[in-house]
Structure formats: C-alpha cells, structure tokens
Ligand binder design. Structure first.
Ligand code: CU
Length: 127
C-alpha cells in the first residue's frame, strides 16, 4: 500500500514535470525540427536518375565532416535506394518525394549505389 502510493506520487511528479517543460517555450513550433541549421548534407536523386549513372546522385561525391549526416531525397518519379557497396547501410526503397538520412561517424570514402538500378552510383566522402 505504501509502495503503491509512492509510485503514484512519482508518476504525478514525472507527468507534471514533462507537461510544464513542454509548454514552457510558449511558441507555435510543436514539430521536432530535424537539425535546423543543417547538420545534414542534402543529396538529390533527380528526375530520370535510373539512367544517369554518376549523376544519379547530386552532388556526387558528397563531402561531409566526421559525424555529419547525409540526407538523400528522391526527386524522381520512381523509387530508388541508397545502398552501401559494402553493405554498411541500405535505405530500402525511397519513394518519390521521400528521403533517407544517415550519419557517418568516421572518416573514409563510402561508395554506394541504387539496389534497383545498379548503374546509379555515388560516393560519400567523410573527411
Ligand atoms: Cu534507382
């Protein structure tokens, strides 16, 4: 009985704490903005990418600092992927208009391609 009351009191404190913190910045920006100020380098998959080989990802190569993030956005009308040549990552199908993001913690040169269209190739350079 005593234990249960302590638990309830604890829950109340926790919920109250969260509530007050959430409403503190009284501004109309509820969405957790993905890295405003841009720690993510954008890579576009342009229209007709299936036939663009090295231009299927732009920019190519994309150069970032260690710990940086690359966000691929599919601006084509068919699905594509960002798939590591060595299997380190695989976005799965990125539908038109969708994007995929990944961080690269350590330096190196990381080749990738599209799993659906192997002619589409790109490189992420982390330095
Ligand atoms: Cu593709």
């Amino acid at each position: 009985m005593k234990v249960r009351m302590i638990l309830i009191a604890g829950l109340l404190v926790v919920t109250w704490g969260c509530g007050s913190r959430a409403s503190a910045p009284a501004g109309p920006s509820p969405a957790p903005a993905p890295a405003p100020g841009g720690s993510g380098s954008p890579v576009s998959i342009p229209s007709g990418a299936s036939f663009l080989t090295r231009a299927a990802y732009a920019p190519n190569p994309v150069v970032i600092a260690p710990g940086g993030r690359v966000t691929w956005t599919n601006n084509d009308t068919t699905s594509h992927t960002s798939t590591s040549d060595t299997g380190t990552w695989n976005s799965g199908g990125i539908a038109p208009g969708q994007s995929f993001s990944r961080a690269f913690p350590s330096a190196g040169s990381f080749a990738y391609h599209c799993a659906f269209h192997p002619g589409m190739i790109g490189v992420v350079i982390v330095q």
